[in-house]
Design a protein around this ligand. Structure first.
Ligand code: SF4
Length: 337
């Protein structure tokens, strides 16, 4: 027995479970609750669309733990999303290990949403979710080419103009060693296209520094990429060897001190970019989902991993308009309108 909880205490149960077994997802960016169990405040909810992953990134052991991709039927996902919205959820956070691969395992099989045929595929899922009238935020989008298809939905206001797309590195050699798609130039060109199609888009990404064999020049390549890409939100992890990961066998382990030092340099560089970007929001009046009195998030802020908007007043779950007066490197400050 792990714990005793009160009746219907799903959160208590999940807390006990998570205390005893590893949580799912990327060892570097773990915020995924179990499918179907809502562990968040009432006004936002994670919507898990698939389990497992077909990639074999060399630093990750998710596929060996959770197996290959298994997509949930689109009808089931949409029913859950609809129930959540009916129950008062204002923001759906779409999660998985690889959101853009949704439906690959079932060959994009046609399912049924309210009796209408809909393909089990990311673009179609996004279009259907966009009809629910809630904020819909996409997380863990692997940089496949077809991701471009959802940008127009963001420009139309069907999806939040927000893409969480882990690039992990910019050096082609390191990306190859990581077994990730390897073209920083293509990424920069895509970012430009996305921004011209949807000027308000917020791009969030995560990176690993100090990967085995990473030279100072390769790290510098990553800093240069960061400077050019001007990403809005960035997470950075110093490489750490996860037991069972293929990358552990690569030569040229980077000493811990260097890994940490690179991470600090990387975050400092990003802080300057972030501060500059947030400063541009001063004077604008933006939509905010209130998380609690005095604090909320704009469309550019995912819960727990991004910044917040601070102001006086407000009630959890309300959608508000806030005029921005001030910004720092992470957060915005303003007045309720
Ligand atoms: S895409 Fe890569 S990092 Fe993400 S879960 Fe799959 S193997 Fe792991």
């Amino acid at each position: 027995m792990l714990a005793i909880t009160g009746p219907h205490d799903a959160e208590g149960v999940m807390r006990a479970v998570h205390a005893h077994v590893p949580k799912p997802h990327d060892p570097y960016a773990d915020l995924v609750p179990a499918a179907g169990v809502k562990l968040t405040p009432r006004h936002y909810a994670y919507l898990k669309i698939s389990e497992g992953c077909n990639h074999r990134c060399s630093f990750c052991i998710i596929p060996s733990m959770r197996g290959d991709l298994v997509s949930r039927p689109i009808g089931e996902v949409m029913q859950e999303a609809e129930n959540l919205v009916k129950a008062g959820v204002k923001e759906l956070l779409v999660i998985s290990q690889d959101t853009s691969a949704y439906g690959v395992d079932v060959k994009y099989r046609t399912g049924f949403v309210k009796g209408k045929p809909v393909k089990t595929r990311m673009t179609e899922l996004c279009r259907s979710l966009g009809e629910l009238g809630a904020w819909v935020r996409l997380h863990y989008v692997y940089p496949y080419p077809h991701v471009d298809e959802v940008i127009p939905l963001m420009a139309e206001g069907k999806l939040l103009p927000y893409l969480d797309i882990p690039f992990q590195h910019a050096s082609p050699r390191i990306l190859k060693l990581m077994k990730r798609p390897a073209s920083a130039e293509k990424v920069l060109a895509r970012l430009e296209r996305w921004r011209s199609a949807c000027p308000d888009i917020t791009v969030r990404s995560t990176f690993i520094v100090g990967f085995p064999g990473e030279t100072e020049a390769e790290f510098q390549e990553l800093l240069d990429f960061l400077d050019e890409a001007q990403l809005d939100r960035v997470g950075c992890f110093a490489y750490s060897a996860v037991e069972g990961a293929a990358a552990n066998d690569l030569p040229g382990a980077v000493p811990e001190e260097t890994r940490e030092e690179r991470r600090a340099r990387f975050m400092k560089a990003q802080e300057r970019i972030s501060a500059r970007k947030l400063k541009k929001k001063i004077g604008r009046t933006i939509d905010v989902l209130v998380d609690g009195p005095g604090v909320g998030r704009s469309k550019a802020d995912a819960p727990e991993i991004d910044g917040v908007v601070r102001f006086s007043g407000g009630k959890a779950g309300e959608l508000a308009r806030v005029r921005i007066d001030r910004a720092d490197a992470h957060d915005l400050y303003g007045r309720l309108q």
